[in-house]
Design a protein around this ligand. Structure first.
Ligand code: FAD
Length: 284
């Protein structure tokens, strides 16, 4: 598999696989052989709506739809008690009209939870600024040992050998400092009897030297209105490149999950030769 098409690669040359191909550069000595350098994010849908239609209020459904789309249509139709579907609209047409009318609160009923991996701490710092309609749970650097951390290469660096080497050398040095600091802090606070607490004290201080590029994992749950607002801001050309790449991946995922609710987003190749997206209905 070509490097650009992979999620990332391990520094180890010992375990080649199609997901983590062998790197084409010398392996730095201090990053462990199993360190993964992410070249793109990995998104997995954890939860999606399961619509349960009430038998006493059946809707005359037309056309294809997913549970999330039906949930939103059901909620919208309840407002006018139009379950009979007098205009003979397909779910996709109905939701198109909802977006056009700016009736975005109807989309708030459909929530999607996504496991996000292979993203940097700087990306999640930006992501969690999106508050309304969102819930987050992120890997804790105070509890989790980062001496075996993985890293995310900034998109602008990928493909330039000299920049990649310089970046990896800095990452390597930061990780070395982290490991040393944890060891020394464990010694310094050896009088703390509770070992779990002592480790936490060491890790929470040592993480200060880890780079923004340190890989993190986060579960994000958002309703469709919130997803749309976040994707509008983060898939645009003005967004930072890593979160923009993430937003494009997330947009494609949402377009599969609930096509009618994201059909007005259009992905295109921007002048900077990276993908961006624009949309038909701004902040509904
Ligand atoms: C390209 C770009 C550059 C950025 N640069 C910076 C920067 O330099 N510094 C920085 O600090 N941030 C920056 N941000 C983050 C930005 O300021 C927002 O925090 C982020 O985009 C989340 O937007 P939001 O508040 O609209 O989203 P959400 O919190 O998800 O809110 C969605 C919408 O709900 C409504 N809403 C939410 N909370 C409230 C509230 N408390 N009161 C009233 N209405 C509310 C608003 O209409 C809001 O737009 C940047 C964002 C982008 C996209």
């Amino acid at each position: 598999m070509a490097r650009a098409a992979a999620i990332g690669y391990r520094l180890s040359a010992a375990v080649p696989s199609s997901l983590f191909p062998v790197p084409s550069f010398p392996v730095p000595s201090l990053l462990t052989a199993s360190t993964l350098i992410y070249l793109e994010p990995r998104l997995t849908v954890l939860a999606r709506p399961a619509f349960a239609e009430p038998s006493h209020l059946p809707v005359n459904w037309l056309g294809d739809s997913t549970d999330g789309e039906r949930l939103a249509e059901f909620a919208g139709r309840l407002c006018y008690m139009s379950q009979r579907n007098p205009a003979n609209r397909t779910t996709r047409d109905y939701l198109e009209n909802i977006k056009k009318q700016g009736h975005g609160s109807v989309l708030e009923h459909a929530n999607y939870s996504v496991l996000i991996e292979g993203v940097s701490r700087s990306l999640t710092h930006e992501l969690v600024r999106h508050r309304a309609g969102w819930a987050y749970s992120q890997l804790s650097q105070r509890y989790v040992d980062e001496s075996v951390a993985d890293f995310v290469m900034p998109p602008a660096i990928i493909g330039d050998d000299a920049l990649e080497t310089a970046w990896k050398s800095q990452v390597e040095s930061a990780q070395k400092s982290y490991v040393t600091l944890v060891e020394e802090l464990m010694q310094r606070y050896s009088w703390v009897a509770d070992k779990v607490h002592r480790r936490k004290m060491a890790r929470e201080a040592a993480r200060a030297v880890l780079p923004n590029a340190t890989e993190t994992k986060i579960v994000a749950t958002g309703n469709v209105r919130a997803w749309r607002t976040m994707l509008e801001l983060r898939s645009s050309e003005g967004a930072e490149m890593e979160i923009r790449r993430f937003a494009i991946t997330a947009l494609r995922l949402m377009q599969q999950e609930a096509p009618a609710m994201f059909s007005d987003f259009e992905i295109y190749l921007a002048e900077d030769r990276k993908e961006a997206a624009r949309l038909g209905y701004h902040k509904i």
